[in-house]
Design a protein around this ligand. Structure first.
Ligand SMILES: *Cc1c(COP(=O)(O)O)cnc(C)c1O
Length: 405
């Protein structure tokens, strides 16, 4: 193939472009009606009560730990097989990241390892857990919720890989990622490699009204508006002289008034990004269906291949952000595919072995399943516009690499 086949790629249609252009011609570039529309549609899609759109997935994570009041020294558990931001958000607040190993079958944070950590320390040692719906495979949040309740922990579900993904609960009911039923907060990213692209963008979903309001405030500098919320007096707000107070005509806060009550950030998304997000969201199910079709085609192609070390069959609810296989001679395969213009990718270099986290005491051998997984994993091209022809080319090249060795 002449064209490069990446591991993931956005799909922008004429409809998307029209939605963005219309917004650019409107009165609002930011903080306009498209944001609220996107939030509402996304909450609907996940089945949560509230959604807060933000500038990117990392900002979403940061706002979550702020809203949950993570402080210096607070210990939070997450997986090392994730994008660094899942862990880094804890560090933004001075908290301590405690990585727990993955399950070598699902590649997800292993609840048994989390339980072991919790059992080994006095209650209150840990504040929360950040499980990741890695590759699009949903974490069993019902089980994590039960464990979290035992130890009084919060849960932030990092669902960047899994919009539309789901797990089956103990009653056999489908629980959609980010539906607000198990995690305090769930987060999503709209980076172009993710399912829904808005350029940069992110979303937080929740069923908790207090957290929702806190997030809105922190997203815009910690500023609140609304008479019933103000802490300063009306007299102060009106700016009248002390001597005039008794002459006050109106007992209302003036129109310009607002208060910064907390140290927040500017983590807003723009209106035209939200317009793109909403337009993309309309096609999310279609994209998901195609991802599942491609996954099943990969599975059929490789199910009897001896060079593949680990590969799961069809998994209900998997959103297939990534299609990962584990192979021997991963480096050789990666380089060979590059020569064929197939840009497979590795997800992820274990977070705990990044120099930043090594400096904080993590070392090789700490999390053996994650480290072993890293030596073999490779993510094959997986995106809705990948054609069957392109996929067959990828499969053929992988087979030919191992046939020659
Ligand atoms: C992409 C991603 C993020 C960060 O999202 P950005 O929008 O790039 O900031 C966080 N966690 C996971 C698992 C991701 O894949």
């Amino acid at each position: 193939m002449k064209n490069i086949i990446p591991y993931g790629r956005q799909n922008i249609t004429d409809e998307d472009i029209i939605a963005v252009v219309e917004t650019l011609k409107s009165d609002f570039l930011t903080q306009g009606p498209r944001i609220a529309e996107f939030e509402e549609a996304f909450a609907d899609y996940c089945g949560s009560k509230y959604a807060v759109a933000v500038s990117n997935g990392t900002a979403a994570l940061h706002l979550c730990v702020l809203a949950l009041d993570v402080k210096k020294g607070d210990k939070v558990i997450t997986t090392p097989i994730t994008f660094a931001a899942s862990a880094n958000c804890v560090r933004y607040c001075g908290g301590e990241v405690v990585f727990a190993d993955i399950d070598s079958e699902t590649y997800l944070l292993d609840i048994n390892n989390v339980r072991n950590l919790l059992e080994r320390s006095p209650k209150g040692t840990y504040k929360g857990i950040i499980p990741v719906d890695f590759a699009g495979r949903a974490v069993d949040l019902e089980a994590f919720r039960k464990l979290a309740n035992e130890y009084d922990l919060w849960i932030i579900e990092d669902s960047c890989h899994a919009p539309g993904g789901s797990f089956e609960d103990s009653n056999g009911e489908k629980q959609i990622c980010g539906n607000g039923k198990f995690a305090e907060l769930s987060i999503f990213s709209f980076h172009p490699v993710k399912h829904i692209a808005s350029g940069e963008g992110g979303m937080i979903t929740t069923d908790d009204k207090d957290l929702y309001e806190k997030l809105l405030q922190l997203r815009t500098h910690g500023i609140v508006k609304g008479d019933e919320k103000y802490q300063n007096s009306i007299e102060f707000a009106q700016g009248v002289e002390e001597s005039q107070i008794s002459n006050l005509k109106s007992q209302v806060y003036p129109g310009w008034y607002m208060e910064m009550q907390d140290l927040g950030y500017n983590y807003r998304i723009t209106d035209f990004q939200a317009a793109l997000g909403s337009s993309q969201l309309k096609r999310a199910d279609e994209g998901l269906e195609r991802r599942r079709e491609l996954a099943s085609q990969y599975y059929e192609a490789f199910k009897n291949s001896e060079f593949i070390k680990g590969q799961s069959g069809e998994i209900d609810g998997h959103a297939y952000h990534l299609y990962i296989i584990e192979v021997d001679d991963r480096l050789g395969l990666y380089n060979f595919l590059r020569e064929q213009n197939i840009y497979a990718q590795i997800h992820y270099i274990p977070c705990h072995l990044m120099p930043y986290y090594r400096d904080r005491g993590w070392k090789e051998g700490d999390l053996p399943y994650s480290e072993e997984y890293y030596k073999h994993c490779i993510s094959l091209p997986m995106f809705p516009t990948l054609s069957n022809e392109e996929q067959s080319f990828v499969i053929e090249k992988i087979n030919s690499f191992y046939a020659g060795s």
